[in-house]
Design a protein around this ligand. Structure first.
Ligand SMILES: Cc1cc2nc3c(=O)[nH]c(=O)nc-3n(C[C@H](O)[C@H](O)[C@H](O)COP(=O)(O)OP(=O)(O)OC[C@H]3O[C@@H](n4cnc5c(N)ncnc54)[C@H](O)[C@@H]3O)c2cc1C
Length: 407
């Protein structure tokens, strides 16, 4: 097996001769993979990091393109700033169900950045930090005592699987797939009443299910519909997804193009990060919020944590400890939040609870803010949410709510 200092000529990355053995190889250069490289290189700029992706960048990715402000906070910690400076923020969030709705200004604006742009910028940042980028589809992974080998040719001290919902790395570890949702996305001219807003309309079936229209700020909206899958019923067809979008947000798909669909691996509080030299981050680790389908925050958070864990393990002289350190960091950052979102997702299967949450959000800005936090990043089921829900379930006295106010 190659040792950690070997520099034999190997595959070229962005035209430069590269070694065949790397301190860290990241499989997948989406937000999780780019963040892994950034986290590692910020902690140790000398680390030899190879970023592999089967696609050339820029590339599209099925997504609502909603970027929570928390994502930008995390990236700033590893030296990436100015990522969305040229984009218009979306500061209003509209949540609706069956004719009942609440619309408020969010405590902090979010951003809607087409993934073709966002992901290419993150990859550029990783390359600027010192990562090598190589187009390569990984098919096989073998673990040895002192290294991990990909496709019999690329050797690494540590491998991070950031290869998305259908991760080859996860499968190579023999880890099962968790619960999934399926969603379809398109781009359409933004409807005038939905400018500057993130609009979410919850559906009556297969919770969580919702249609969305997210204003990109450039005259177009990212629109789509998604729902949780269940092993006892067939997955919805593309035609059914489009029908359900139209039923929830009539007219939103008018003039839409660039339709693309994808699976979302929903998080549970039960999944454990693997120990050893092979780590999983982002969708590969099954980390999409089961309430909202948001996954970029978790991809970036677990990616940066993985990069740091690799550097810390190497500093101990034990790269094989990277998985354990990452599992520890991930538990500290996310476990309590994942427990709360898992419970909230179970509660949200009840239409009564969703409607009570909308009424409570309209009545009390703290409930609204806390629900946004739970759906976007590291929030909890706070006392404000619990009391608000209890009040509205016991005495649902308020009429359908609509609050446009910024307060
Ligand atoms: C329709 C839809 C709407 C969504 N809306 C939102 C939203 O608004 N906000 C939000 O935060 N999240 C949203 N999500 C979730 C979000 O898209 C994911 O959580 C996020 O992309 C996860 O990032 P990742 O880097 O883990 O995986 P990905 O972004 O999927 O990146 C994985 C990368 O790995 C590469 N790859 C895969 N297999 C291999 C291989 N064998 N070898 C080499 N490379 C490989 C792929 O080319 C890809 O570049 C949505 C998802 C869907 C499907």
């Amino acid at each position: 097996m190659a040792d950690e200092t070997s520099t034999k000529a190997g595959p070229t990355a962005r035209g430069r001769t590269a070694p065949t053995h790397w301190d860290l190889v990241v499989v997948g250069a989406g937000p999780a993979g780019a963040a892994t490289a950034l986290g590692a290189l910020y902690a140790d700029p000398e680390l030899r990091v190879l970023l592999l992706d089967r696609a050339d960048f820029p590339r599209d990715k099925a997504c609502g393109d909603g970027v929570a402000p928390h994502v930008l906070d995390l990236l700033a910690e590893v030296g990436v700033t100015g990522l969305v400076e040229d984009r218009a923020p979306a500061d209003r969030l509209h949540l609706g169900r069956g004719g009942m709705a609440v619309e408020r200004r969010m405590a902090r604006p979010a951003w809607v950045v087409p993934r073709r742009i966002l992901d290419a910028r993150l990859v550029d940042a990783a390359v600027a930090a010192g990562a090598r980028l190589l187009r390569h589809r990984v098919r096989a992974l073998r673990q040895h005592a002192d290294a991990v080998v990909l496709d019999g040719e690329i050797s690494a001290g540590v491998v991070v699987g950031a290869d998305g919902a259908h991760s080859v790395v996860r499968r190579a570890l023999g880890l099962p797939r968790g619960p999934m949702a399926l969603a379809l996305r398109g781009y359409a001219p933004v409807a005038s009443g939905r400018r500057g807003a993130l609009v979410i309309e919850f559906g009556p079936r297969h919770q969580p299910s919702y249609a969305w229209s997210f204003d990109r700020g450039d005259g177009r909206a990212n629109i789509g519909y998604g729902e949780a899958l269940h092993r006892d019923r067939p997955a919805p067809t593309r035609a059914q997804l489009l029908e359900r979008l139209e039923a929830l947000l009539p007219g939103a798909a008018e003039g839409a193009e660039h339709w693309v669909g994808h699976h979302l691996p929903l998080s549970t509080a039960r999944r454990r990060s693997p120990a050893g030299r092979v780590l999983l981050v982002g969708d590969a680790a099954g980390l999409v919020n089961p309430l909202t389908g948001e996954g970029i925050y978790y991809a970036v958070a677990t990616g940066i944590a993985a990069g740091r864990a690799v550097v810390a393990a190497r500093r101990e002289g034990r790269p094989e400890r990277a998985g354990e350190l990452h599992a520890h960091a991930t538990r500290r950052i996310l476990l309590s939040h994942l427990r709360h979102t898992a419970l909230a997702a179970r509660l949200a299967r009840s239409a009564r609870v969703v409607e009570a949450a909308l009424r409570a959000s309209a009545a009390d800005r703290h409930v609204f803010d806390d629900i946004v936090e739970l759906g976007l990043a590291r929030g909890r089921l706070t006392p404000a949410i619990a009391f608000g829900l209890a009040r509205e379930l016991v005495a649902p006295t308020r009429p359908p709510a609509r609050d446009q106010g910024p307060a």
